[in-house]
Write a new protein. Structure first.
Length: 266
C-alpha cells in the first residue's frame, strides 16, 4: 500500500521544479519548501528529485553569474550570484531529505542546510561590504564638511549659554532657533552650507526640549543638534531624521550633549 502511493520519479521532479519557480525567490525556505512539497508523496524518490532540482538551479545561477546587467549608466557584474549556489542547492537537498522522512534523514538535511547557509554567508559578507562602500554619495561643497562641526559647536555654545540663564534648562525644541537668537554669536550657524540655498538643515533632539542639563545622564551618548532632513526653521526630531545618504560625503554631523561632535553614517 505504501509503495503504491508513491509518485513516479518524473512527476516528483516535475512538481519540485514547478514549485521552485516562484519559491526560489524566498530566501532559504523557498528551495526547502519546493522539494519537500514536491517529494513528500515520493518518499525514496524525493532525494533524487532534490538532486535534479539542485543541479538545474545550480547551473542556472552559474550561467547568470557570467553575465552583466545595466544599472543606470553602470554595468554591474552578476558574478556574486555564484556564491548563492551552496545556499540554494543545500536548501533543495535538505527539502528532499525532509520529504524522505525519518529522524536520520531530517538530521542530515539540517546539516546540509546549515552548511550551505554558513558557506554562502561567509563568502557574501565581503561582497556586501564592498557594495556598501561603493554606494554613490551626493556632491557637496568642499567647505560643507568642516563648516558643519563649527556650526554645531556654535549652536551648542548658544544652547549652554541659554541654559545658564534659564535655571539649567535647554530651549524648547519647537522654537529653539528663536530662543537662541540672543545667545548665538553667528546667526548663519543655523544654516548648513550643503542645503540648497544655505537655508537651515539642522535639527534639535525633540526629547531634550525644556530639559534640565544636570538631570540628563550619560551626556556623551545624547545627541543635541544634528544634520536633519527636516524643512524650515526650528526643526526638531530624532537622529532617525538624518539625511540618507549622508549630507557630507555620505555622512552626517552630530553634536552631543557633552560638546563632542561626530561624523556618522546614516
Amino acid at each position: 500500500m505504501e509503495g503504491g502511493s508513491e509518485r513516479s520519479l518524473g512527476r516528483i521532479i516535475a512538481s519540485s521544479l514547478i514549485l521552485s519557480l516562484p519559491l526560489i525567490f524566498v530566501p532559504i525556505a523557498g528551495p526547502v519548501a519546493a522539494t519537500w512539497l514536491g517529494g513528500r508523496k515520493g518518499r525514496r524518490r524525493a532525494v533524487a528529485s532534490a538532486i535534479v532540482a539542485a543541479g538545474v538551479w545550480g547551473a542556472i545561477l552559474w550561467l547568470l553569474s557570467n553575465n552583466e546587467v545595466s544599472v543606470g549608466d553602470t554595468r554591474v557584474s552578476l558574478g556574486p550570484m555564484v556564491l548563492l549556489i551552496p545556499l540554494v542547492c543545500g536548501g533543495f537537498l535538505a527539502g528532499g531529505l525532509f520529504a524522505l522522512g525519518g529522524r536520520s534523514a531530517a538530521s542530515v538535511g539540517l546539516v546540509v542546510l546549515a552548511a550551505g547557509i554558513i558557506w554562502s554567508a561567509g563568502e557574501l559578507q565581503p561582497v556586501v561590504g564592498l557594495i556598501r562602500q561603493l554606494q554613490p554619495v551626493p556632491h557637496v561643497e568642499e567647505n560643507s564638511g568642516p563648516a558643519c562641526p563649527e556650526n554645531l559647536k556654535k549652536l551648542y555654545t548658544a544652547a549652554m549659554l541659554y541654559a545658564d540663564s534659564w535655571d539649567g534648562m535647554l530651549p524648547p525644541a519647537d522654537r529653539w532657533e528663536d530662543a537662541l537668537k540672543e545667545t548665538l554669536a553667528d546667526p548663519n550657524a543655523v544654516n548648513c552650507p550643503a542645503v540648497s540655498g544655505g537655508s537651515h538643515g539642522y535639527a534639535m533632539n525633540a526629547e531634550l526640549g525644556g530639559q534640565r542639563v544636570s538631570d540628563l545622564k550619560d551626556p556623551g551618548s545624547i545627541p543635541l543638534f544634528f544634520d536633519a532632513d527636516l524643512p524650515g526653521p526650528n526643526a526638531h526630531g530624532s537622529v532617525r531624521n538624518v539625511p540618507r545618504p549622508g549630507r557630507h560625503a555620505g555622512r552626517n554631523t552630530v553634536i552631543y550633549l557633552d560638546g563632542q561632535t561626530k561624523s556618522l553614517a546614516p
